[in-house]
Design a binder for this molecule. Sequence first.
Ligand code: SF4
Ligand code: SF4
Length: 239
Amino acid sequence: MSFKETALEIIREKIRGADWIREPLVGFADASSAHIRGIRSSVADDHLMPEDVLPEAEIIISYFLPFTKAAGECNRDGDFPSQLWADLYNKTNELIAEINEALVSALEEAGVKAAIPAGGFDTDRLLSRWSQRHVAEAAGLGTFGLNNMLITKSGSMGRFGSVVTALKEPCDLPMTEELCTSKAGGKCLACVKRCMTGALSEGGFDRELCYSVCKKAEEELGADVCGKCAVCVPCAVWD
Ligand code: SF4
Ligand code: SF4
């Protein structure tokens, strides 16, 4: 059995009872692929490389925990993120930490080295030194939408996690199909219309304006989230 099946079973077990999460997705990114090697140019010049996390890196296991439509509804109204949305963010972080630990343990029991990437969010430059979404893109899980979310075959509303491993198994290739309607040349812009600050526009993204909302949410709700542009839009939840 491929470790992908084992990873799915581990994740399913960990999310049992988390009724805001649907069936998870798992992809394998080749640590030496052009997508992974190019992350320093596309995200940050000091973004961690897989070998910075694990010298024997071969495959990055990337997974997506898609949220339910009902979870998004709690953040539909108003011009500030909801307390429930912030709570779901924190609870999902706890699950991601547990899943990562369980994946590493299972691999180590099988004699395969693995490590959890620690690159956090740099609040000065507003960049991540381990971009879960870019890693997930390299693992074939989806393509970026106008709202900077990665749109997967299950939608874009949810959370990603990853573990760097010395596994030697076939990897996935990045998706070639464009999943964002606007980027594909159609009319949507639903995410832009939902952004109450103007941080998101058809022409780009104002990182600082967006972070100002997240920071206020951290002070008031206990999580640096917003996500108004990620919920109740056509690409949020696909069955
Ligand atoms: S809401 Fe529409 S424009 Fe925005 S990311 Fe989703 S598909 Fe693209
Ligand atoms: S997260 Fe909030 S502030 Fe940032 S782009 Fe989306 S809707 Fe706008």
